[in-house]
Design a protein around this ligand. Structure first.
Ligand code: PLP
Length: 421
């Protein structure tokens, strides 16, 4: 099946007389005929749902769909993108371990790695993703367990050289974890370029309608967890009667361990209803992404031609520093998210945003509606002007998430706001 067809047909396969739409199995638990069967479930010697903190048939169908879209062996849904990042790391690291991450990543993930993981005893070194392989190699330590980056970074909109990162990771026998939120599997499938684990904030394009916060972790099934660096996969887990994940689950060990160990202990599993809503978004993901890219390309070119605009940051534009990488990794387009700076001051940017009629001023991106945000007044409000510049967020920067409205209406709205400056 091609990816558009997978969006509609993977995950749930109704049989004779079944509901056409994915059913919502709204139940905390599952009944069995005997204590023996339940005992077998707890021993992980048979398949089946035990309790909806660990698995659920509706969520399971969505996990199967997302795994198919990314080309992975399995997936685990979570209650947020933050939970997905956290679980992807915690599943392979413990206190005393170290990881490497690109520095151009979502601010919430940066904070998770720099502050919260540190409190768990896990240290993260942030690197310039455009540095040479030799320079990045220097940051590896004997206890380094993973390398992390975003396909299309939020909000920098830099494009990651995934194959370079995969080479470095595999030379060091550690997995490459990619956050593919902005690209979605429609625009880029990192596993095809060597990534081992892919995570998403499904809150963004996958949901697409600003109705449900969620996340997902996808495993490629390709990484060798038995290479000696990851004993938690190859030594008996006493909390599961001595199960050895690589022996019991073979190539599916990563998701199995994340589910039965971390979900059991941390409980960040979405409800059946949440998964049902996410599935609605996934069904139309391919057509939406195509249109988001088309509209954003037009908007980027329009802004680029305006003498009131200082700079437009969109990898789809020729001349953008990431244009070449975007043609390799995102040949169908670079999503609907653009950032740009107007000539003038911070106040000029605020005036422009407040003059927009169609675009909603919200703390969100990747929605069917056009959204706009002034990071310096909102997400990065606590920073001084000099701190903003250091963080790569100029005081006048505007983030625009181009929606699915008719392009003429979007451009007209932008034009009248530009005219008002
Ligand atoms: N990853 C990226 C690229 C994001 O943009 C976000 C949120 O904006 C997250 C992860 C965190 O996701 P969530 O807000 O669903 O927890």
């Amino acid at each position: 099946m091609k990816i558009e067809t997978k969006c509609l047909h993977e995950g749930y396969h109704p049989k004779n007389g079944d509901t056409l739409a994915l059913p919502i199995y709204q139940s905390t638990t599952y009944t069995y005929d005997s204590s023996e069967v339940i005992g077998n479930l707890f021993d992980l010697s048979v398949d089946g749902h035990m309790y909806s903190r660990i698995s659920n048939p509706t969520v399971g169908a969505v996990e199967a769909k997302i795994a198919a879209l990314e080309g992975g062996i399995g997936a685990l849904c979570t209650t947020s993108g933050q939970a997905a990042s956290f679980i992807s790391i915690l599943n392979i690291m413990k206190a005393g371990d170290h990881m490497i991450s690109a520095s151009k990543i979502y601010g919430g993930t940066f904070n998770l790695f720099a502050v919260t993981l540190k409190r768990f005893g896990i240290e993260c070194t942030f690197i310039d993703q455009d540095a040479s392989e030799e320079e990045i190699q220097k940051e590896f330590r004997p206890n380094t367990k993973a390398i992390f980056g975003e396909t299309l970074a939020n909000p920098a909109l830099s494009v990651l050289d995934i194959e370079k990162f995969a080479r470095i990771a595999h030379n060091n026998q550690v997995p490459l974890i990619i956050d593919n939120t902005f690209a979605t599997p429609i625009l880029c499938r990192p596993i095809e370029h060597g990534a081992d684990i892919v995570i998403h904030s499904t809150t963004k394009y996958m949901d697409g309608h600003a109705i449900q916060v969620g996340g997902v972790v996808v495993d490629s099934g390709n990484f060798n967890w038995a290479n000696g660096k990851f004993p938690e996969f190859t030594e008996p887990d006493e909390s599961y009667h001595g199960v050895v994940y690589t022996e019991n689950f073979d190539k599916a060990a990563y998701i199995a361990k994340a589910r039965v160990q971390l979900m059991r202990d941390l409980g960040m599993y979405p409800s059946a209803n949440a998964a049902f809503l996410l599935n609605l978004g996934l069904e139309s993901l391919a057509v939406r992404m195509e249109k988001h890219c088309q509209n954003a390309q037009c908007v980027a070119e329009f802004l680029n031609q305006s003498d009131k605009v200082e700079i437009v940051n969109y990898p789809g534009l020729e001349g953008n520093p990431y244009h070449q990488l975007s043609q390799k990794y995102l040949p169908l387009g670079t999503s609907g998210v653009i950032s740009f700076v107007l000539k003038g001051t911070r106040e000029t940017a605020v005036h422009f945003i407040d003059s927009l009629n169609l675009a909603f001023n919200v703390v969100h991106v990747a929605d069917v509606r056009t959204l706009v945000l002034h990071p310096a007044s909102s997400t990065h409000r606590q920073m001084t002007e000099s701190q903003l510049v250091e963080a790569g967020i100029s005081p006048g920067l505007i983030r625009l998430s181009v929606g699915l409205e008719n392009i003429d209406d979007i451009l007209q709205d932008l034009q009248q706001a530009l005219d008002s400056i």
